[in-house]
Design a protein around this ligand. Sequence first.
Ligand code: SF4
Length: 422
Amino acid sequence: MNAYRESEPEKLEDRLSRIDSEIAGLLTRAVEGGELDFDDGLKLARTEGAELDALVLAADHVRHKRVGDVITYVVNRNINFTNVCFVGCRFCAFSRAPREHDAYFLSLEEVAHRSIEAWERGAREVCVQGGLPRGLDPFYYRDILHSIKTATPSMHIHAFSPMEIVYGVELTGMPLRDYLLMLKEAGLDTLPGTAAEILDDGVRHEIERIKLTVAQWVDVVTTAHTVGIRTTSTMMYGHTETEEHWLRHLLLLRDIQKRTGGFTEFVPLGFVHQNTQLYQSGDARPGPTTNEHLKVHALARLMLQGWIDNIQISWVKMTTEMTQSCLRAGANDYGGTLMDENISRLAGATSGQYLSPSDIRARIRKLGRVPAERNTLYKILKVHGREEEAQDEPEVSAAIPSPFVTLEHSRAHAAHRTGSED
Ligand code: SF4
């Protein structure tokens, strides 16, 4: 029996009895499966100290009730087919002008080759996204799908952000629904719910200027759901937004999910600031604090429970220690092995471009939880039991702290941040 599970209910009850009664009441309601509204969520988002510790613990408790102790992951490969882009999002360090020395554009053959290579290494999903080059062949996105499916017919293609879909619609002149159906016919399985950043037009204007509006993002995603293309959902935090924006964003996703049921997961994406124009110009804070990472994952679990029950961490955007702490603050999915992660690395992230399945499993086991490989739609492909533990490389940072140790660390870190850090 897992010691963590045995001790959890008592710890939570005990902790709730020692904190602010209003916060304790909200957390009790959430743990009992009750739905929280904007005001409830905002109060939780503003917690600090013992109340924040209790929020994290309650989210972990709800995670256990909803999805148990399995932590899933998917073996996949990122294929960023071009970094040429005219959009100019201020938070992006990946895009290049066409004449820059490191601008690139992969041929369809190279994209297919990467998919074959991924399949041979055990991947069953390719995640295909790129920049938006001017003058792209109107049917280029369809052709990428053809080329991957021809090379690897059983590979799940998770491709094209809502921004790319809007661009494809613009290039072809087709109605959105018809365009999505054409892509589906050509092999598109699911759509990443990226380009969401913060679903608030004011914030979007500050951080990306000419990207798509909230209404366009919602239109692409809900239309995809209605034609049978499921999507993920994401939120980028730690830049210019406030807690109110987190809550509005999460509630919008929850409302969409109530209507369509099309989201497979929610992925909080911490802003990687170092090499971005948005940060360097002084217009954004330097990425999320530790407390913000924990709050966003915990709030996502509580606000979305019963509607989106898969909360993924983004290991490329956080330290290993932070990743593990977020998995104890409500998250239950490790995401993908990725193989060629570039977007976060170029923005300044240092967590690497690839994590092997055995590395991921070892990290999961360090938490006392059970690793399981899944497909993109969260069908469990294989649960990796204790008997396989010796085969998994123990390439994990020495000790995984409890969320409370991490919170202490985070308070010191947050205090430091108010000084001259970064
Ligand atoms: S985030 Fe995407 S759309 Fe925006 S500049 Fe970067 S590559 Fe282009």
